[in-house]
Design a binder for this molecule. Sequence first.
Ligand SMILES: C[S@@+](CC[C@H](N)C(=O)[O-])C[C@H]1O[C@@H](n2cnc3c(N)ncnc32)[C@H](O)[C@@H]1O
Length: 259
Amino acid sequence: MPDTSNLARSLFSPLPARYDSLAEILSFHQNERWRLAAVNAIARGLANGEAGGARGGGGTAGGAGRGPLILDVASGTAGVAIEIARRTGGTVVGVDLTERMLRRGAANVAGSPVAGRIKLAVGQAERLPFADATFDGLAFSYLLRYVADPQATLTELARVVKPGGTMASLEFCVPGGPVWHPAWLAYTRLVLPVAGLVAGGPAWWRVGRFLGPSISGHYRRYPVGWTVRAWQQAGFTDLGARTMSLGGGLIMWGTRARD
Ligand SMILES: C[S@@+](CC[C@H](N)C(=O)[O-])C[C@H]1O[C@@H](n2cnc3c(N)ncnc32)[C@H](O)[C@@H]1O
């Protein structure tokens, strides 16, 4: 599989200082809503699932008395990891390939009330440094556009989830229809790069220019229906998918099948 990690690292390394505030401003605070929806899907899955340490409250791989163990992939500045720890009472391991994003994440974690229950480590989604069936739950956000082979990556994510465990994701999506699609194109191709430049400087201009074409290109190659089948192929059942904000965000969830 070709290694596409340099692209993500070079895009994200200059961003961490203002990442959290600009991600919210440039998404009109939709990022926050989408994250909560993905975290709720994980929490629901853990509460219903048989792998989830949350159900008995006694913990499984998370260690005695520490609730479920959840992996957050492409954790970045740890916003999702913090919310999962807060919402589920579990222990969260966050991995990301951009060290500078994680350093900012570590500062965010240290200032949060769940600091003792989150560990962050450099790691790549395509080859996770964990044994099979380690985690009760797994979340990933804004990841699949950065990997060369989304099917192989989903299979690798599935590998580390316990049978009966839960996975949820958050990705951008492409609004459809005669009004929202052109409005989304205008926002992502024109407004976003300029607003990024004004608010965050050249690094945000670069991200702003990259984002729209990257999202469109991804869904031309891997439409939502393809992604649903890819989750099934990777071994997930009971799949759910929900678009939010007129189609700008896509939340998915599912349960790792028993072999
Ligand atoms: C848009 S940021 C999202 C960060 C975080 N999930 C959030 O919601 O704020 C995307 C993150 O994905 C990470 N990333 C991209 N490709 C990756 C890969 N193959 N493995 C692990 N992390 C990856 C980047 O380093 C970046 O931190």
